[in-house]
Write a new protein. Structure first.
Length: 374
């Protein structure tokens, strides 16, 4: 059923959605992205991850862009999203579009279009992105905490997560290949002892990450071409020269290893397959039609609801009678939005982990989880 939802949402989107209302919308997006990539080639990796974390958690609805309030949680502060970046890029694009076409182009469309352009400029494939997405009325931290895969997730579980969203194992592999062929990963997410790693590569990782750099250091996802999307991922996985555990596990699993070997032997298949997977990802559970809203600012709802608890939610998305008990953490709004937890995510994790810091890169950092390429 979930596999059928993406085509239905996509059918309500259009390549010419802004033809009359904002004909220069895509040109404006592309111009900002090109400028940002010249300033920081890592912009593409940041936007790829931003799109994935937004779409995979609760659909491509820009809910990840909402800033938490002092007394309300939001998707942005979920554990896997703490180090997501690229928000300022989306804000800059939104500012220019608001000046040209006020209250017209959604933040969700900006994320999808900006990522598409960043991928293309960084050597990846050109692919279609229909527009007409609406922005969400809810930003729920728990959606991200519960639905985003971590850097050491077992491959059967990872495959199940992708299948539940309508992706084939091959599409899963190429999405990881494209996203993990560029950018950097924090040292604290690298676990050389979790699964086999090439000894020479492990030695180079240790030089970058052991000692005082364990909390602040970074390692390139691709040690040779960290800013270019290419098919080198497959050779690196099979050679056990990838920093994240999940990528090395893909090269050991009986279901995914044949896919990786096939992509390695047929390198020309990667770009078109990655393009189709990105098209599919960019419309995942998108909000079309008249639902949702077009935000004036991507980081806040047009009419945020004041409250003393729960996830951030827009006033018009709830009936007044459903909101009783929200400020005290009641359950009467369960049908609208899952409530935030009493403790922030990192506090709960620290309690469970005993707040002990690892001394080497071989340990998990107790404060964070989730794959965090930059």
């Amino acid at each position: 059923l979930l596999g059928l939802l993406a085509p239905l949402a996509s059918a309500q989107l259009s390549r010419e959605f802004y033809k009359a209302s904002c004909p220069d919308a895509e040109k404006i997006v592309a111009a900002v992205i090109e400028k940002k990539l010249k300033e920081d080639p890592g912009t593409a990796a940041g936007l790829l991850r931003l799109l994935f974390h937004d779409c995979f958690a609760n659909g491509c609805d820009a809910s990840i862009l909402i800033d938490p309030l002092s007394n309300q949680s939001a998707e942005k502060e979920a554990g896997p999203n703490i180090s997501v970046r690229g928000f300022e890029v989306i804000d800059d694009i939104k500012k220019e579009l608001e000046a040209k076409c006020p209250k017209t182009v959604s933040c969700a469309d900006i994320v999808a279009l900006g990522t598409r352009d960043a991928v293309r400029i960084s050597g990846g494939p050109a692919y279609e992105v229909p527009t007409g997405r609406r922005d969400s009325l809810v930003s729920n931290r728990e959606e991200a905490d519960n639905n985003l895969p971590g850097p050491d997730i077992p491959i059967p579980k990872l495959t199940s997560e992708f299948l539940s969203r309508g992706f084939t194992p091959e599409e899963m592999v190429v999405l990881l290949a494209g996203g993990h062929s560029i950018g950097k990963v924090r040292c604290i997410f690298i676990e050389p002892d979790a699964t086999p790693m090439d000894p020479g590569y492990q030695a180079s990782i240790s030089k970058l990450c052991d000692g005082p750099n364990r909390d602040t250091g970074f390692v390139n996802m691709d040690e040779h071409n960290p800013n270019v999307i290419d098919s080198s991922y497959f050779a690196n996985v099979l050679a056990k020269k990838m920093p994240l555990t999940v990528d090395r596990l893909l090269g050991l699993d009986s279901k995914t290893t044949p896919i990786i070997k096939n992509m390695l032997n047929k390198p020309n298949d990667f770009m078109p397959t990655f393009a189709k997977a990105m098209e599919k990802l960019s419309v995942l559970k998108a909000i079309p039609g008249k639902d949702g809203e077009i935000r004036k600012s991507c980081s806040e709802f047009n009419n945020p609801m004041p409250s003393t608890g729960g996830s951030v939610i827009r006033i018009s998305s709830a009936n007044p009678e459903d909101l009783e008990g929200l400020s005290s953490g009641g359950t009467q709004v369960a049908g609208i939005v899952s409530q935030g937890t009493k403790d922030p995510w990192h506090v709960k994790t620290l309690k469970a982990a005993g707040a002990a810091h690892p001394k080497k890169v071989t340990g998990r950092h107790p404060k964070l989880r989730g794959a965090h390429p930059q």
